[in-house]
Design a protein around this ligand. Sequence first.
Ligand code: G4P
Length: 532
Amino acid sequence: MSEQIQKEVQRRRTFAIISHPDAGKTTLTEKLLLFAGAIQIAGSVKARKASRHATSDWMEIEKQRGISVASSVMQMEYRDCVINLLDTPGHQDFSEDTYRVLTAVDAALMVIDAANGVEPQTRRLLQVCRARNTPILTFINKMDREVKAPLDLLDEIERELGMAVVPFTWPVGMGKTFAGVMDLRADQMRVFSAGEDRLRNDDEIIAPLANPALDERFGDDMLDARNDVELVSEATPAFDSEAFLAGKQTPMFFGSAINNFGVREILDALVELAPPPGERSTIQRVIEPTEKKFSGVVFKIQANMDPAHRDRIAFVRVASGHFERGMKLKVVRSGKELKPNTVVSFLSQRRELLDDAFAGDIIGIPNHGVLQLGDTLTEGESLQFTGLPFFAPEMFRSVEVADPLRTKQLRAGLTQLGEEGAIQVFRPMAGSILLLGAVGQLQFEVVAHRLEHEYGVKARITPSRYTLARWITCDEADGGERELKRFIDANQHRLAHDAVDAVALLVDYAHELRAIEQNWPKIKFHALREHA
Ligand code: G4P
C-alpha cells in the first residue's frame, strides 16, 4: 500500500446530517462551511438553493413545496482533514434516496431542535444508522430559544436512540438568558454572543469551570447547570471511542447554529472523533480503503442538476485506491469500460473538475445510462459492493401516456428516472401498462412533473390495485433457477420486471402474500433488494 494513499485515507471524514425538517440542517451546513473556510459569507447555501429554484424547471416542485428534493455533496478542509458532507433530502417521501446516501457515509451528525426533541423523520433516519452501526454525533440546536430542559432532552434521546448519550458540552440557561456552554472536557466555558453571518474568532472563554466569576455573572442559570452536570456525570458513562465507533454511544453538543455557536466544536469533534473510511464489503471479499487499486460504488444518480448541461450524474463513493482523472474504469455489472474525463468533485459550493480522489471522497461521473444505482466500479477486478438498499414500494400507480405517439419518450423517461431511483418502474409480465412504485406519494408528483418538463410527456398516472411488492429468489438447495421458473410460470399474472430486470411479485393484499408464501415455501420473498 502506498504511503500517500494511507495518509489521504486517514485524513478523510465523510458524514451526513440527519434531522427532521426545520431543525436547522441547512443553517448548520452553511456554518460548517463557513468555519472550514469554504465560504466567506453565510447565506450562500440558501442563496444557491434559491437560484437553483429560479433556473431549474424540475426544482420548481421543490420551490412550490418548500422542501429539499435533491441532495448534494460538499467538500471542505479543516485542520488538515478533508471533510465530505453529504446532504440528505429531509422530506419523508424521499427517504429512500436518503437511506442510500447513508450507505455512503462513515458517520452521521444528528441535529435536533431543542424545542421539539426527537421528531419522526429523525427517528426513521436513526434506525437506518443504527442498523448499520454508523457512529452518530448529536447536536442540540436552537438553544437561543425557549426549549426543553437539557436533562429531559438527554433522557429522551437516550430512550429514542437506545444508546448512551455522553455530553461533551452543557448549556447554561436558554432562550433570552442563554449564557453559553460549558466545555466539560476542556474545563472552560464559552460565553454566548449572538452571531453574525461572518466568522469571528473572538468568543469569550472563561476557565476553569470552577471559577466563581461564572456564578456571579450567570447566577441561578449557572447553579442549575452545575447541578445538572453533577447529576449527568454520575449517570452517564465516560466517553469510550470504541463504543462510539460501534454506534453504541453518542457524544452530545449544544449550540445555536444560526448564531455560529457550537459549530466549531462540531467540526473539531468530526476531526477528532469520527472515523476515517473503513473497510467495505463486497460479495467476493472485504475491501480495505488503503488498497492500491481503485474501487467505488454508485449510491445515487441525479439528472439535470445543472439545467444548462442536462446531464445525469452518478455519485460514486470511493471505497479504495487512488482515483485519477482519465483513468479507465470497469463497470462490473456490464463489463463495459468507462474513461471519464469530466469527473466532478464538489468543492465547497461549486462543481469543479476533479483530478484525484481517495477512499471516502465522492466523485460525480456524468453519464448517459451506462451507470446504474448499486454499480461497482473497479480497475478490472470483478467485485460487487453490498448494502445499497432498494425498498419494496408501498404505493403503486399505473402510468400511461396521453398521446400514444409519445410512448417511446415515456419509456425512455421512466427508464432514466428508474435508474436514478426517483421511482421504481415495473413492467408486468402480462399486459403492457407500466406500473410505478414509490415509498411516498410525493414521488409520483415529482415523476409526473419531470416527465412533462424533461421528456415532453404528459403522463396519466392512475390508481393501481397493488399494495405490496416482493422480490423473489430461490436458494440453490431449494431448487434454485428451476423452482423459480416453476413459480414464475404459475404466477405470470402477478409478476413484473423492475428496472434491473429483477422479478417482483405484486399483490393486492397482505393476506394474499401470506397465502402465496405458504404455497411456495421454497421461494424467498424480499422486501429489500440489496444490489443490482
Ligand atoms: P432545515 O434545513 O433543517 O430544514 O432547517 P433550516 O436550517 O432551514 O432552519 C429552519 C429554521 O430554523 C430557519 O428559520 C432557521 O433560521 C432557524 N434556525 C436554525 N438554527 C437556529 C438557531 O440556532 N436558533 C434559532 N432561533 N433558529 C434557528 P426560518 O424562519 O424557517 O427561515 P429563515 O427565514 O431564517 O431562512
